[in-house]
Design a protein around this ligand. Sequence first.
Ligand code: URA
Length: 340
Amino acid sequence: MSFSFQEENDEYEDVSTVMVRNSHLDLMDQDILYHLALGSGSHDLRAMFGDVKFVCMGGTPKRMEQFAYRLMEEISYKIPTGTTLQDISRYSYRYSMYKVGPVLCISHGMGMPSVGILLHEIIKLMFHAKVVDPVFFRIGTSGGIGLEGGTVIISDEAVDGTLQPYLELQILGKIVRRSSILDKKLQWELKSLAEPDDPYPTVIGKTVCTSDFYEGQGRMDGAFCDFSEEERMEYLEKLKSNGVRNIEMESLAFAALTHHAGIKAAVVCVTLLDRLKGDQIHYPKEVLDEWQQRPQKLVCRYIKKYLSKRGMILNNHCGSVNVKSPRRFKLVQQESESYD
Ligand code: URA
């Protein structure tokens, strides 16, 4: 499929499209985004982040810093001579955040609690900054199910270890379920940007999200294991026959919380091994480093396509884009094709 961005006719409104769903926020004289080292009282969040269009999250600070520099190259984003990108959240000592024009690159740490806390604060950040229609990406790593290491997987659904498509939270001692829905159109738009020359496959499939790397993912190499090799294989084969292509530890919370806030989102992960063949990640560091760049490349292509359609690539702007009168664009499919 090919797609393009077309200007939308509707007037720009001076409010965010991001839904915070919390009336208590209106009563607070300031909102401290503690884990980001930012706040609505201490920072002009509108001026700092009002131009954000894309939020890209990945596990480690280093990977997200690399992604930010890759993006700078790709979209020809220039910063004043003698300056470097700064980790905006460095004083939180929790998450790292870099801003490259309209793109935020943030590390989310490991597992659903970590990505969940970050999402609460980033969703509020988008709201305070009056960001309109942001698109969120998780770019990460995963274990493949019947797919070799190095395969790129775009999640069409995030499910838990029992294959349920919702996040279960314990709130005030009660179980609350939030649907983990991802944007279908965005998945196919991303898939359309995989190039025939890419020396690896890019596929769309279901992602299982667990709260643990070892026993929770059916690994037999943790400190504890109470199941047999047969039981392990039976579970992994069951996942495969249910359309699961990979397992990781953040997609369920990522999909559920972005969906709850009305944010369009996608999860793009590379596999580090085929879990049907083993548990240990034994590939050399250089190989793993190259694999981890593959989801980044795909998301970069998407962002680059969006920005070039908007005429923002060749501008050597040194700061944020004008947020006072932003023109809004929507993605349209140029021709319909069938997919297999
Ligand atoms: N991340 C996971 O959660 N599991 C894997 O097997 C690899 C990366």
